[in-house]
Design a protein around this ligand. Structure first.
Ligand SMILES: [Zn+2]
Length: 451
């Protein structure tokens, strides 16, 4: 790795100290940002001309099941109940380790292509250590920064087997992974636990899993929404038992009461919501506005590329647009008029997919904003393109107008991953063929499951 000097771009830093620069330079030294200023000279650095471009922090997709990438579009018309039956109790049971590998690698590459530099990869289809190993290989080979959240599969139990809600997270597998796959402190991929939590497990299993995550200092992330809660009073019991805290991440949370949300916020729990999938599948209304009212904010995720696109801008616009609609309607109802200004401004929604995502993955000291000393995870878009020009407010332009076609350059950990609108990764065409073959084989098995 060497020095890179990005010159003459508009900088949206998302950092209050750095601020925004109408025209500025960023100097990268190895993996970190060394300087941000209106003009920087460094003869030894590789130059990138950012004229007509906007630079902003790499996006954070805090929650996605990347292992489903080969099934794009397959779940798009399914409700949550169809998804449980056809995916978790059906398709998922037919995955071989190489299906997980190719889906994770190609899905993560698409994230980079779309401007995501950090991914919360929620891999919960790991029936064997081989599946897990290949899932990690896929994420690592893509070059993305990620937390690999290890989770167990959720098939229907066969006669004599326990239901998945009664099975504790496998301690031996977490210990094996820490010893064999996550010992390099330089690795861009770290380990987290995708646990069931009290919504999807018995209380005893939840306690076991919370304690295991705490013992190894791992983030324990868990879904909460959709189906009936397995342990309805579980959150209060966990809080009372001193187990709920800042290493816990709740995904969705649509069914939580304001009182429960407040209790969790006070304990430092983070929230990752996936508004587009939540609205599509029937989880309930996204909790965006309720979190904001309680002094918190969400991080966002795509959730399923088997259902929607991998584009985080779409997810952010959906989250903001839906909440504005709610707020506008409430104001009309209460005061007979619209609010004086929009209840959520675009900068806040851009925070959800940058610094808030970093916080949910416990990486806010390293990524999520452009700041001297932080890791160099940077996106550059061509703001002179037809769909973006003219730019009057770079923040609103980035959030509301960016499409995939504008994403020119993506840098992760100081390394250029996309340049001139093209991913630099070798073997993408070959990877697409493998992804297609994997998807077709899996779907054949689905067709024998559903009618
Ligand atoms: Zn999910």
């Amino acid at each position: 790795m060497t020095k890179i000097l990005i010159k003459g771009g508009t900088i949206v830093s998302m950092d209050p100290v750095t601020g925004d620069l109408e025209c500025g330079d960023i100097l990268i030294n190895n993996d970190r940002i060394e300087a941000i200023a209106s003009s920087i000279s460094d003869e030894s650095a590789q130059k990138i001309d950012a004229t007509g471009c906007i630079l902003f922090p790499g996006l954070v997709n805090a929650h996605t099941h990347t292992w489903q990438t080969a099934l794009r579009g397959v779940t798009s018309n399914w409700t949550l109940l169809e998804y449980f039956k056809n995916m978790h109790a059906g398709l998922a049971t037919n995955f071989v380790p190489d299906d997980i590998y190719i889906a994770n690698m190609m899905g993560a590459l698409n994230q980079i292509n779309c401007g995501t530099t950090t991914l919360g990869d929620w891999c919960h289809n790991n029936p064997t250590p081989d599946h897990t190993n290949r899932g990690i290989d896929g994420i690592m080979d893509s070059g993305i920064r990620a937390v690999f959240f290890h989770g167990s599969p959720k098939p229907d139990p066969k006669p004599g087997q326990k239901h998945f809600s009664e099975i504790p997270h496998p301690r031996s597998e977490i210990e094996r992974l820490l010893k064999t796959r996550f010992q390099n402190p330089q690795s861009l991929v770290t380990l987290g636990m995708a646990i069931l939590g009290p919504h999807y497990s018995t209380y005893d299993v939840a306690v076991h899993d919370f304690l295991l995550a705490r013992e190894y200092g791992l983030i324990a992330s868990m879904h909460c929404a959709g189906a009936e809660a397995k342990t309805p009073d579980g959150w209060e019991r966990l809080a009372k038992d001193g187990l709920l805290g800042s290493n816990n991440n709740i995904v969705h949370g649509n069914n939580l009461t304001d009182q429960q949300l407040q209790m969790m916020i006070d304990l430092g729990v983070t929230f990752s919501i996936t508004p587009e999938m939540e609205m599509t599948q029937g989880h309930g209304y996204p909790i965006t506005g309720r979190l904001l009212k309680l002094g918190s904010a969400p991080s966002l995720g795509v959730d399923l590329e088997s259902g929607i696109s991998g584009d985080m801008f779409t997810v952010a616009r959906m989250a903001m647009g839906m909440q504005r609609a709610f707020d506008n309607a409430a104001s009309k109802e209460q005061f007979g008029k619209l609010p004086d200004t929009s209840t959520i401004h675009c900068r806040e929604a851009l925070e959800w997919i940058t610094i808030r995502g970093a916080q949910a993955l416990k990486m806010e000291e390293e990524i999520g904003s452009l700041k001297v000393g932080k890791k160099a995870d940077i996106v550059m878009i061509r703001a002179s393109d037809l769909n973006m020009c003219p730019v009057h407010d770079p923040v609103t332009s980035v959030l509301m107008q960016t499409s995939l076609s504008n994403i020119d350059t993506v840098i992760i950990n100081g390394e250029i991953k996309k340049q001139g609108g093209k991913l630099l990764h070798q073997g993408i065409e070959e990877g697409k063929e493998k992804l297609k073959t994997s998807g077709k084989r899996l779907l054949k098995q689905l067709n024998s499951v559903i009618h």
